[in-house]
Design a protein around this ligand. Structure first.
Ligand code: 1JT
Length: 258
């Protein structure tokens, strides 16, 4: 049987290190035979990425530098990619940012700049990239982003990121409607809390949150990057050909609890 993602060219954003959710996605996609294109922002992330790819024997199709808050940078990155890889089948959005001070205390104290930065980086970047990918997804395509329960419920300390993720999830639905006519699907994964570089960066109460999931979630355990990777690959694949505008929870079932 041919591998599930054989002949598919997928752009992956957001690999900073081995703990990144996007790295879980890369492992699943590579195992399924996908061709992989990477974007990175920081030089440090590029160095880690190339080391990781080497270590795992993964040959990238291309790596492009890109700051997802800069339309010009997205256009240049997409241009560089399109010169080498004319057809893109998938795009993995795994980008978010908020200032540390915004992820503690009261949401009511969110600053205008903090609000705009979180939304621009974490939500608008999906729209900007969807727009950039569209002309090159000529055989149909699948776009998948990463969200969190804080988009739907009040989760202590998640604050402005929750509001930005709500915007991201609504964008998934509006983009799904617009891009459906081009056979491009748009979906999100809402994963349980996972220890990553972003989550580690001094997030108050993060460890407590992992404990709550372990005690209360239907599966009585936390999820990891590999589980999110497999679910993301599913949404990128033809197995999910009838699914668009969806938010799929990979959270040990925690979101069903009252
Ligand atoms: C960002 C950060 C996005 C941490 C994130 C995130 N999405 C999920 N997490 C982990 C998390 C964080 C908090 C939380 C629960 C999970 C860090 C800055 C960049 C964007 O609160 C209950 C605060």
């Amino acid at each position: 049987m041919a591998a599930l993602m054989e002949g598919r060219n997928i752009i992956v954003t957001g690999v900073a290190n081995e703990r990144s959710i996007a790295w879980g996605v890369v492992k699943s996609l590579h195992r399924a035979g996908a061709g992989l294109i990477f974007t990175y922002r920081k030089q440090r992330s590029y160095e880690r990425l190339t080391q990781l790819l080497d270590k795992h024997g993964i040959q990238p199709l291309y790596c492009a530098s890109c700051d997802a808050t800069d339309d010009g940078a997205i256009a240049s990155a997409m241009g560089e990619i399109a010169e080498r890889i004319p057809v893109v089948h998938g795009f993995v959005h795994s980008i978010a940012y908020a200032e540390k001070e915004e992820l503690q205390g009261e949401y009511a104290d969110t600053s205008r700049e903090g609000f705009l930065l979180a939304h621009e980086t974490s939500a608008y970047s999906l729209v900007a990239w969807a727009k950039a990918c569209k002309p090159f997804m000529t055989e149909g395509g699948s776009i998948v982003t990463q969200s969190y329960l804080g988009a739907e419920r009040v989760v202590k300390n998640y604050n402005v990121m929750g509001v930005a993720k709500a915007s991201l999830e609504a964008s998934v639905r509006y983009l799904a409607e617009d891009l459906g006519k081009y056979r491009i699907r748009v979906n999100a994964i809402s994963s349980g809390p996972i220890r990553t570089l972003s989550a580690k960066g001094g997030v108050s109460g993060f460890t407590d949150l992992l404990g709550v999931i372990e005690r209360k979630a239907p599966l009585r355990r936390n999820v990891d990057q590999d589980e999110v990777g497999d679910a993301t690959m599913f949404l990128l694949s033809d197995l999910a050909r009838g699914i668009t505008g969806e938010v799929l929870h990979v959270d040990s079932g925690y979101h069903v609890l009252g």
